[in-house]
Design a protein around this ligand. Structure first.
Ligand SMILES: Cc1cc2nc3c(=O)[nH]c(=O)nc-3n(C[C@H](O)[C@H](O)[C@H](O)COP(=O)(O)OP(=O)(O)OC[C@H]3O[C@@H](n4cnc5c(N)ncnc54)[C@H](O)[C@@H]3O)c2cc1C
Length: 382
């Protein structure tokens, strides 16, 4: 057991760092959180335009099967009871902001529902392709997995061009492991995107979740750290949730990420919502963006006049949003090398957790779990 005044440093105040901070302060540690940005919360940061809340880094819908995590976050803040739904618009009919929000023709639930696809002109071809699918999709690449799952016609309409826009890579250059959690063909008429029992969005935004997580820690904002920036030896343990290549001054070179530019547009003259669902996917190669989202659907703040729509342009930002899971696994091997290096070079106990430090796409519930587990590991070894 750690003595009450063990000194612990946490690098990063996103959900991973903040949940580690909560666990460590609860265990009686003296916790300092270093955050490179002037605000805490990492990817979950929210802001407002003329009173309308929106998400600076795109939509973050909380969903989990982990009852313990749901109990924890429910103790820390109140939640809007929202169940997420996505519509795909392969013909870009809703891409203009003056399209009426009650328009549903040629919009399709995502994940795809077979019964809705019958209205497509290509339906007889699609039906033939669906009946000749292999029993198990090939895991050779993202493309082979998806084509085996939905057939070539649906792949071309809903997945192929979207994937190319999202990653700037051909779908057959991307590893298959990205596919199973994202691509699904449903026959059950369940229109909700997530199957998780616990879902919601924090009332007033994520700062109402992050704030209580960080309460009791010393938060140092606008403080970018690296292996040489601080006397890490002065701490009994460190939780790193930052990108390790950058923290280690790129000793082995860069780990590549795909960044999205988020464009936020305010519409003053709107009482309710503008889009046909909280998230609209635009899979066609004819438009540069992949998604439009509207937080008013899930913020629970329908009483505020106006609305904000966020449009996502993949590949138009240098931010570290999505790790690139190349087929050969080169990037993940490099990330493992950095993990080993940081464990060797840090002069104190170190735990690596969160999306940046583990070079992985994780959902928010996984980030919280990693923060808690990281804290536990540190408590055992410090
Ligand atoms: C576009 C997008 C949409 C998403 N939507 C969802 C969703 O709908 N549902 C869901 O469950 N998950 C979603 N996620 C995943 C979710 O964002 C992550 O699970 C979560 O943010 C991970 O938290 P984190 O603390 O590990 O990382 P981050 O939130 O990135 O936090 C890391 C923090 O470390 C700071 N930092 C970095 N380097 C340093 C340094 N050297 N020194 C000090 N501080 C540093 C950063 O400024 C940042 O504040 C989405 C992710 C993306 C990219």
């Amino acid at each position: 057991m750690v003595s009450p005044m063990k000194k612990i440093a946490i690098v990063g105040s996103g959900l991973t760092g903040a949940s580690a901070a909560r666990s460590l302060t609860d265990a009686g540690c003296d916790v300092t959180v270093f955050e490179a940005l002037p605000t805490s919360g990492g990817m979950t940061k929210c802001d407002r335009i003329l009173g309308v809340i929106y998400e600076v880094n795109g939509p973050h819908l909380f969903h989990t099967q982990d009852e313990k995590i749901w109990e924890l976050v429910s103790e820390l803040c109140q939640w809007v009871d929202y169940r997420h739904r996505i519509l795909a618009d392969p013909f870009n009919i809703s891409a203009r902001s003056d399209t009426p929000s009650n328009l549903t023709e040629n919009l399709f639930s995502w994940p795809l529902q077979v019964n809705e696809l019958e209205s497509l002109p290509q339906w007889s071809q699609i039906r033939n392709e669906l009946s000749s699918r292999p029993r198990e999709p090939s895991r050779n690449s993202f493309a082979t997995f998806c084509i085996d799952l939905v057939g070539p016609t649906l792949f071309d309409l809903f997945i192929g061009p979207y994937t190319k826009k999202q990653w700037g890579m051909a779908p057959d250059e991307i590893g298959a492991e990205w596919a199973p959690k994202r691509i699904e063909l449903r026959t059950n008429r369940d229109l909700e995107s997530f199957k998780d029992p616990y879902q919601g969005w924090p009332v007033g935004g994520y700062e109402n979740l992050i704030g209580p997580m960080l309460a009791g820690s010393k938060l140092i904002l606008s403080e970018k750290t690296s292996i040489t920036s601080h006397d890490w030896q002065g701490f009994d343990g460190v939780v790193l949730t930052c990108a390790l290549d950058e923290f280690l001054d790129f000793s082995f070179g860069w780990l590549p990420w795909r960044g999205t530019r988020f464009e936020h547009q305010f519409f003053e003259e709107v009482d309710g919502t503008l889009l046909q669902a909280a998230a609209m996917n635009y899979p066609s190669g004819e438009v540069r963006f992949t998604r439009k989202t509207e937080p008013k659907w899930y913020s629970g703040e329908s009483f505020v006049p106006g609305t904000v729509i966020t449009t996502e342009y993949p590949g138009e930002s240098d931010d570290r949003h999505y790790p690139i899971y190349d087929r050969a696994g080169v990037n993940r091997s490099l990330s493992e090398k950095y993990k080993t290096l940081v464990e060797t070079r840090m002069p104190t106990n170190v735990v690596v957790a969160g999306r940046l430090a583990t070079y992985s796409y994780i959902n928010m519930d996984q980030a919280i779990r990693q923060g808690i587990n990281g804290a536990k590991a540190l408590l055992r070894t410090s």
